[in-house]
Unconditional design. Structure first.
Length: 251
């Protein structure tokens, strides 16, 4: 993979994270799947309207007019709110993106917030012009980070999740030793990437740097997950978190 095909971010812990950038092909496939879901959902509303409209008209003569108005509003919500809603609730993914295994993250590598999700999808109206996302595709072609206009406005980038499957941390603990009620669902994709990058490269670090790096990352995780110190070493804690978060993806 060439440098132009990946996003490299230097973390405060001096550990570079690499995210493979999603190209037009994978993004278009995800969009096609999402569009199919949107169309199917809208057809269901139309069928419900066709089913109940005759009976409603008998009771309320203006039912047809109001039903059409409601269908128009539902169509607008499905089109404009679908992507922003899923990307907010699913940590940068829609059903289509999840199926293709791509995700939206901030330029810093952190998960997107509701503000970035809304911003990048408001500009979708421009990216799709004049048809089949011509403006968006031109923007992706010209961008070094495969960004459409919405990504520029929101400060986001779309990446593949293959980094998590290709990364192979070096474990010290046996899996049987790992058992705790930690709230690992709060660990984001970027957090897991950082933890596993450290676990993979820790033996290449000097002892002092390794200790300080583990302490910084573990401290951040303890604060985020509200973990009370129990004597577990920093590296053992990071192994537990990484294992349990990985297991949660398949559960």
């Amino acid at each position: 993979m060439s440098p132009s095909d990946k996003l490299t971010i230097d973390t405060p812990e001096q550990i570079p994270l690499e995210f493979p950038l999603a190209g037009i092909g994978s993004r278009f496939l995800a969009l096609a799947l999402d569009s199919l879901i949107q169309t199917f959902a809208y057809l269901i509303f139309w069928l419900l309207f066709a089913w109940f409209e005759p009976d409603l008209t008998k009771i309320w003569p203006k039912a047809t007019t109001w039903a059409f108005a409601i269908l128009i509003i539902i169509g607008f919500i499905l089109y404009s709110g679908y992507f922003a809603l899923f990307e907010t609730l699913w940590n940068g993914q829609t059903p289509g993106k999840r199926a293709v295994r791509i995700r939206v993250i901030k330029d810093s590598g952190r998960p997107i917030s509701v503000y970035e999700a809304i911003a990048r999808n408001v500009i979708r109206l421009i990216d799709q012009l004049p048809s089949i996302y011509a403006v968006g595709m031109i923007s992706v072609f010209l961008s070094s980070r495969n960004k459409r206009l919405g990504d520029y406005v929101a400060g986001t980038v779309v990446v593949h999740e293959s980094a998590l499957t290709e990364l192979q941390p070096v474990w010290q603990m046996e899996k049987a030793e790992v058992a705790s009620p930690l709230k690992v669902s709060l660990i984001s994709l970027a957090d897991l990437e950082l933890i596993e990058t450290f676990l993979q490269r820790r033996y290449d670090l000097g002892l002092e740097v390794r200790k300080q790096t583990a302490e910084q990352i573990a401290g951040r995780m303890r604060q985020k997950l509200q973990i009370t110190p129990d004597g577990t070493s920093d590296e053992d804690l990071l192994e537990k978190l990484a294992r349990e978060r990985r297991d949660s993806f398949s559960s």
